[in-house]
Design a protein around this ligand. Structure first.
Ligand SMILES: Cc1ncc(COP(=O)(O)O)c(C=O)c1O
Length: 462
């Protein structure tokens, strides 16, 4: 029998708990790392190790851990009314107020909110509403969806097909025949080079070509993230989102912007769309909406979509999309308090104030022999490790450099995301101080130095 509580948890986890986007056998072999508590930017594991979290959980705990006012808001709501259905025209005050605040704060094209439990079901809801919308308009052939290679739009049965990452398709029979991907506007690795205008022009052309190939009369919508998070923190040039939005409008297809990561101060403003004056037809969000303190997501839509759906349903027929926990009052109460912290609590302002320190720390590491590219917008960023800087040659995946980095980082008490292709993703909380950034970059530099000393890594760089 396992002796300690930790050993018992590892054994039970191995036997019973399926982890998201994980190789089951590799996870069983490695065993779970149990996290126990958190305060501010720091986590503590079950062995008492204090870890600096440079990824805000999974780019969601934008407020940092242990925010007492959020705990109070949740506790009070739980005591008063832990659940209120949104069905049969019932509702609750926090959900109604949160919807109204989001409409006030989001791009002004977005007037209506449907709440979900996270990002995947927000994307799923968006897809379903778009399908309904075109049927309502009497354009039932407009059913094709376009998104970006390396884009991530969650893992619902439909949304995972819009996701442009092979592991979400493999053995899941995706993408469907109605789901298409165009190349990512990836500045570091782009056939047109690194010139911003050329990258934007090529991306717009790729969208035009795909729509022409399918026929605009058959295309429903283009889905994209303002910054491609799970695909490796790909930061398109400033102006890309606006150019894409203008193209969608011109081509008569809907634009659905997926701000699940970029929303709620991650890139500076509350939403990334704001920075480019983009007014999408739909927007999905989650993560920072409740800062991870409870599950909640949302899809927002324009009045044109809402009204067309309303009219097609007529006076009697329900629009058949719903979930028991849509507009959950405890999650909504948390969302309201989190929004207050972003604004009155000064978190958005702090995020903007410390961004230059984050940018400088990443850029300084460009001098490191392993680092081929450093990029960020606001408090989301990445380092791309390469075996050869000049040719941008990647490490052989068989070397599992990402695993070596994650292990070294953990030994150095630092948590971030090491993607498969040796891209290291960072998303520090908006509450980070300058001193916490000093610590982050000190530990990160040490981690990279240790990985550089590994004989297999040295050999691959020759
Ligand atoms: C852009 C984007 N869309 C959708 C999702 C899916 O959200 P969730 O994991 O809450 O289902 C994610 C999650 O990382 C995301 O980054």
């Amino acid at each position: 029998m396992p002796s300690t509580n930790r050993d018992q948890l590892v054994a039970l986890d191995r036997q019973h708990l399926i982890h998201p986007v994980t190789n089951f056998r590799a996870h069983e072999k490695r065993g779970v790392t149990v996290l126990d508590s958190g305060k501010g930017a720091f986590l503590r594991d079950i062995d008492g190790n204090e870890l600096l979290d440079a990824f805000s959980g999974l780019w969601c705990v934008n407020t940092g851990y242990g925010q007492e006012s959020i705990v109070r808001a949740a506790t009070e709501q739980m005591a008063r009314l832990p659940y209120a259905t949104g069905y049969f025209s019932y509702g609750s005050e926090p959900a109604i107020r949160l919807a109204a605040q989001l409409v006030e704060l989001a791009p002004k094209s977005l007037r209506h909110v449907y709440f979900t439990q996270g990002g995947s079901d927000a994307v799923d809801a968006a897809i379903r509403y778009v399908v309904y919308y075109y049927n309502a308009l009497g354009k039932p052939q407009k059913k094709h969806f376009i998104s970006l290679q390396r884009g991530y739009h969650g893992s619902s049965a439909a949304g995972a097909g819009l996701t442009g990452l092979p592991v979400f398709h493999r053995n899941f029979d995706l993408p469907t025949l109605q789901q298409h991907h165009i190349p990512s506007p990836y500045p570091y690795r782009n056939p047109v080079g690194q010139d911003d205008a050329a990258i934007i022009a090529a991306s717009v052309q790729a969208l035009r070509d795909k729509v022409a190939e399918l026929g605009a009369e058959n295309v429903a919508a283009f889905f994209c993230e303002p910054i491609q998070g799970s695909g490796g923190v790909i930061v398109p040039p400033v102006g890309w989102l606006k150019a894409i939005a203008d193209t969608c409008r011109e081509l008569g297809i809907l634009l659905a912007v997926d701000e699940v990561i970029t929303g709620f101060g991650r890139t500076g403003p509350l939403f990334a769309c704001e920075a480019e004056g983009v007014e999408p037809d739909l927007m999905t969000m989650a993560k920072g909406l409740t800062a991870g303190y409870a599950p909640m997501g949302a899809v927002m839509m324009s009045s044109a979509i809402y009204d067309a759906i309303s009219e097609a349903a007529g006076p009697d027929i329900a629009v058949g999309h719903g979930q028991t926990y849509s507009a959950h009052p405890v999650a909504a109460a948390i969302g309201l308090e989190v929004l207050r912290l972003y604004h009155e609590g000064g978190l958005l302002a702090n995020g903007i104030a410390v961004t230059p320190r984050f940018t400088a720390g990443l850029q300084e590491l460009l001098a490191h022999p392993l680092v081929g590219d450093a990029r960020n917008r606001g408090l989301v960023g990445a380092l791309e490790l390469v075996a050869d800087k000049k040719s941008k040659r990647q490490f052989d995946p068989a070397l599992r450099v990402n695993e070596a980095v994650a292990e070294a980082a953990y030994r150095n008490r630092l948590v971030f995301r090491a993607f498969n292709d040796s891209i290291l993703g960072f998303a520090p909380a908006l509450c980070y101080t300058e001193e916490e950034f000093d610590l982050l970059f000190m530990r990160l530099k040490r981690t990279l130095d240790e990985v550089l000393e590994l004989p297999a890594v040295r050999a691959a760089m020759r």
